[in-house]
Design a protein around this ligand. Structure first.
Ligand code: GRF
Length: 285
C-alpha cells in the first residue's frame, strides 16, 4: 500500500513519511482546534454540536495540514493536493497541460507518449523540439500533425534556451525522450520540476556525460550486471542526476547482447514512460 502511494504521488520514501505525518498531525490538530472552538460556544444540542463540529473541522482541515506541511517541507505537495480537491468540488474546468517532447532520435518513446495523450482533453503533446535535421521524430511530428522546433546549439546553450518560444507555445511540461544536449540553467529555471528524462539503465549507475544509446548497454554487459532497466528522473543541471521518480528492471541473461538488452529496455520504456508522465502531470497540476 505504501508503495502504491509512493508511485501514485511520485514521492520518495522519506517524503511519503513526511506526508503521512502531516496528514496525521494536521488531522489531530484540526480535531483538537474544532473541539476547543466549540467549547467557547453555548451549543448544548447534541445534533447541532456534531453538525457544527463537522462543518468546522472541514473548514479547519486544509488550514491545519497546510500549516503542518511547512516544517515537514511538504507545502507544495499539499497546496497542489488541496487545489485538486477544490477543483473537483467546485467542478471547475482544469486547464489543459501542454507538453513539449525534446527528442532527436527515432522517437519511439515520443510516439508512445503522443499515442497516450491523443484523446486526452487535459494533456496535450503540443510541440516536438529536436536538434537533428532528419531525425525520425520529425517524421512522427509531421505524421501526427504536431508542430516542431528545430533548435540550434549555440542559441540553446547560450542565448535563452528557447524559453520564449516554449512559452509562446504555452508549454507547461517538458519530456526528454532521447535528447542528448545538457539542459541549460535558463530552461531549468523557467520550468522548475517540470522537466523529466528517461535513462536506459538503473541510475546512478551507467549515467553521466557520454552515456547514451548502446554505450550504456555495452557498459552494463561489460560489468557483468545481472539486471538493467530504466530510470525516469527530474532533470537538473547535471547529466542523469536529478531526483529519481521511477525505476523498473529487467533481467540480463548470459546470452544477451547490446541489441537484445536495448530491446528489453525499450520495452520497459514504452510500457512505463507515458503512464509515469501522466501521473506526474496529474499530481502536479
Ligand atoms: C531511449 O532509450 C531513452 O532511454 C534515451 O534515448 C532513447 C530514445 O529512444 N534517453 P527513442 O528515440 O525514443 O526510440
Amino acid at each position: 500500500m505504501l508503495q502504491n502511494l509512493k508511485n501514485r504521488w511520485m514521492v520518495s520514501g522519506l517524503n511519503l513519511v513526511f506526508i503521512i505525518c502531516t496528514f496525521a498531525i494536521g488531522g489531530s490538530l484540526c480535531g483538537y482546534a474544532g473541539r476547543r472552538i466549540l467549547e467557547l460556544t453555548e451549543i448544548k444540542n447534541e445534533f447541532v454540536w456534531i453538525a457544527s463540529y463537522i462543518i468546522l473541522v472541514s473548514l479547519l482541515w486544509p488550514l491545519c495540514v497546510l500549516l503542518i506541511s511547512i516544517p515537514f517541507g511538504q507545502f507544495s505537495f499539499f497546496k497542489n493536493y488541496l487545489l485538486k480537491i477544490w477543483l473537483s468540488i467546485t467542478g471547475n474546468k482544469t486547464p489543459v497541460v501542454h507538453i513539449a517532447i525534446f527528442a532527436s532520435g527515432a522517437g519511439s518513446n515520443a510516439q508512445k507518449i503522443i499515442d497516450k495523450f491523443k484523446n486526452n482533453r487535459l494533456i496535450k503533446v503540443s510541440l516536438i523540439v529536436c536538434n537533428k535535421y532528419g531525425a525520425g521524430v520529425l517524421s512522427i511530428a509531421n505524421r501526427e500533425n504536431i508542430p516542431f522546433l528545430l533548435i540550434d546549439k549555440t542559441h540553446f546553450l547560450n542565448a535563452g534556451a528557447y524559453v520564449s518560444e516554449l512559452k509562446k507555445n504555452k508549454i507547461d511540461f517538458i519530456v526528454l525522450a532521447g535528447f542528448l544536449w545538457k539542459i541549460p540553467p535558463a530552461l531549468i529555471k523557467a520550468f522548475p520540476n517540470k522537466i523529466i528524462n528517461i535513462h536506459p539503465a538503473l541510475l546512478p549507475k551507467y549515467g553521466g556525460k557520454g552515456m547514451y544509446g548502446s554505450r550504456v548497454h555495452e557498459a552494463v554487459l561489460e560489468a557483468g550486471e545481472k539486471e538493467s532497466g530504466i530510470t525516469i528522473h527530474y532533470v537538473d543541471e547535471l547529466y542523469d542526476h536529478g531526483r529519481v521518480i521511477f525505476q523498473s528492471t529487467c533481467n540480463i541473461s548470459p546470452t544477451d547482447t547490446t541489441e537484445t538488452l536495448a530491446q528489453k529496455v525499450h520495452e520497459l520504456e514504452h510500457m512505463h514512460y507515458p503512464r509515469v508522465v501522466e501521473e506526474i502531470i496529474q499530481n502536479t497540476r
